[in-house]
Design a protein around this ligand. Structure first.
Ligand code: MF3
Ligand code: CO
Length: 266
């Protein structure tokens, strides 16, 4: 990310008005409700494509849109072919739903989902156990979920952008998980990815000042082994370099005078 001038807004950062925040609250509720529906569908024997169908049906019924479908961050990358990312076990993020990927007992699946409502995006992700999973997987899911909350607690006026990453990283590393550096959170609004970048690591007290009206997607990715990743043959799926487990949690958060407001919470 670029170095922000203290006290100044970083280039391209948008602050949302009260009316825009009202729209983003509705967008966030759609995401939360659909993720709950998807969560209830996760069980052994279900394919990741079946989960994508549930997501697409919900999108259609609610008359919202997917910012994922056809998404192409830059030319040379294949357009993203689905409305949901399903990342299983050693897949970190951006797993593509497939009829061939059948969930089995003991797996971990990350569901990453976003919608556009009245021109505004809300974005969230959750990692879930499939059926019964080991104690160590439960522990990792708990630490991942909590690391996101530690970041959210910092998402308020008086703090700076890297206070978020510092809190996430300290918590995750204290529990001996590594933090993925190759992907990070982002501003969110009319576009899914807006400045500033929100790394899940960093020096406290540095980076852009957080101000009311700023809306951020915070999304830590924690690995059981090394932090390094690579992109698979399909051009999208990000995997851990060592083949070990990864978990991912994300919320869309508005900075308000009173502190963080989680827009993608039920
Ligand atoms: N939710 C992801 C993010 O925060 C985006 C998924 S990539 C897409 O960056 F291709 F599916 F859109
Ligand atoms: Co995101």
């Amino acid at each position: 990310m670029c170095g922000a001038v203290p006290g100044e807004l970083e280039r391209g950062v948008t602050l949302k008005t009260k009316a825009e925040l009202d729209i983003m609250r509705v967008a966030g509720r759609h995401v939360a409700e659909i993720l709950l529906e998807l969560t209830e569908a996760v069980k052994p024997g279900v394919t990741t494509m079946a989960l994508n169908r549930i997501a697409e049906e919900a999108i259609r019924k609610r008359k919202v849109k997917s910012p994922f479908l056809g998404y192409q961050p830059h030319r040379g990358m294949p357009p993203y072919p689905a409305s949901l990312c399903t990342s299983v076990n050693d897949e970190v993020v951006h797993g593509i739903p497939s009829d061939k990927t059948v969930l089995k007992e003991g797996d971990v699946i990350g569901l990453d989902f976003a919608i556009v409502h009245e021109g505004f995006v809300a974005d969230a992700a959750v990692s879930l156990p499939v059926g019964r999973v080991s104690k160590s997987i439960h522990r990792m899911l708990n630490v991942g979920r909590q690391s996101l909350l530690e970041g959210i607690f910092q998402t308020k006026p008086s703090r700076r952008i890297n206070d978020i990453g510092h809190a996430v990283q300290s918590y995750a590393e204290k529990h001996n998980y590594s933090i993925v550096r190759d992907y990070m959170g982002h501003g969110v609004g009319r576009k899914m990815h807006e400045p500033p970048s929100v790394p899940n690591y960093g020096e406290p007290g540095t980076g852009m000042k957080l101000v009311p009206g700023l809306v951020l997607a915070i999304e830590p990715m924690l690995n059981l082994g090394v932090k390094e990743t690579f992109v698979a043959e399909d051009g999208w799926t990000v995997k851990t370099a060592d083949g070990k487990l990864s978990v991912h949690f994300e919320h869309t958060i508005a900075v308000t005078e009173d502190g963080p407001e989680i827009l993608t919470k039920l």
